[in-house]
Design a protein around this ligand. Structure first.
Ligand SMILES: Cc1ncc(COP(=O)(O)O)c(C=O)c1O
Length: 283
């Protein structure tokens, strides 16, 4: 985005300045959080892992019974143009579909066009592996965390509890088992093996999670998609968070205690390999 140029967004078929975009107060996204979303990145102006993100987006839409308003080719062209309109370069790209505008009623309305919105925001590239502090919190979210729904109040409360405790993110525990972070997936390392909780309705199927598992396996690192109980978390040599906008972040201290010996060597290696993988995919 060139200096001073307005940020451009997409709303229901139109590209316009973000500051001018307007949605009805009767939009069910506003009234109920009746909406799903997706976040991906554009690097050097090119959309990274678009197919994987669109696949998950279509699953989220289907799970909440909203008919997909655009097909994959149309999404690609909207998002590519959005990035170009904003000057290319590195961006996080957000897209959202709500069930549309209707009189407030819990019952789904019929014959209502979904609201389609997308925006992007400049992304500062990371120079290296970030290290953060984390705290454990009880996962008190709903039981459909596999849907990327905009109704994120529980996640917001958890994230802000973590921030209030001086941490960056929370490792969430449900019935003594790790689920994920408030806006990330969780990996742990023990004795050279990498563990991450299996996919289920309790976690978001993170795109970074899936790509990183492939990258690790490609490097000959042993990975297990298996239950991570609290004992394994506390005994871990390393703990990582993964997400689209941050890639992989290592946990330096968990609940105030240094994780492992504090060096996170596998996280360093995984971060470098993941950067290489991104460059390879964007060639
Ligand atoms: C709850 C939750 N889990 C996991 C993730 C990571 O998913 P991805 O790697 O696709 O960004 C996110 C990303 O926002 C999230 O909100």
């Amino acid at each position: 985005m060139s200096d001073g140029a307005p940020r451009i967004c997409y709303l229901d078929g139109e590209f316009l300045p973000l500051a001018e975009a307007r949605v009805s107060v009767l939009d069910r996204g506003f009234i109920f959080g009746d909406a799903v979303y997706e976040v991906l990145v554009a690097l050097k102006g090119r959309l990274f892992a678009l197919e994987e993100h669109l696949e998950r987006f279509e699953r989220s839409l289907a799970a909440v019974h909203i008919a997909a308003p655009l097909d994959a080719a149309a999404w690609r062209s909207v998002l590519e143009r959005l990035v170009t309109e904003n000057g290319g370069g590195d961006h996080s790209v957000y897209l959202q579909v709500t069930r549309g505008v209707a009189e407030r009623d819990h019952a789904f309305p019929v014959n209502v066009a979904p609201t389609v919105f997308a925006m992007c925001r400049p992304l500062t590239p990371r120079e290296g592996l970030d290290r953060v502090d984390a705290v454990t919190l009880t996962d008190n979210r709903w039981l459909r965390c596999d849907i990327k729904a905009t109704a994120l109040l529980a996640n917001l409360l958890l994230r802000n509890l973590a921030l209030a405790a001086g941490a960056y993110e929370a490792v969430l525990l449900r019935d003594g088992e790790v689920t994920e972070g408030s806006s990330s997936n969780v990996f742990v390392v023990k004795d050279g093996r990498v563990w991450t909780p299996p996919l289920s309705h309790l976690i978001l199927p993170g795109v970074t999670r899936a790509l990183l598992l492939d990258v690790l396996e490609g490097c000959g690192i042993e990975v297990a998609e298996a239950t991570v109980d609290e004992a394994l978390l506390r005994a871990a040599d390393e703990v990582w968070f993964t997400s689209t906008t941050r890639d992989l972040v290592a946990v330096a201290r968990l609940d105030g205690r240094v994780v492992g010996d504090g060096t996170q060597p596998l996280a360093e290696r995984a971060w470098r390999e993941f950067q290489r993988y991104k460059e390879f995919r964007l060639r």
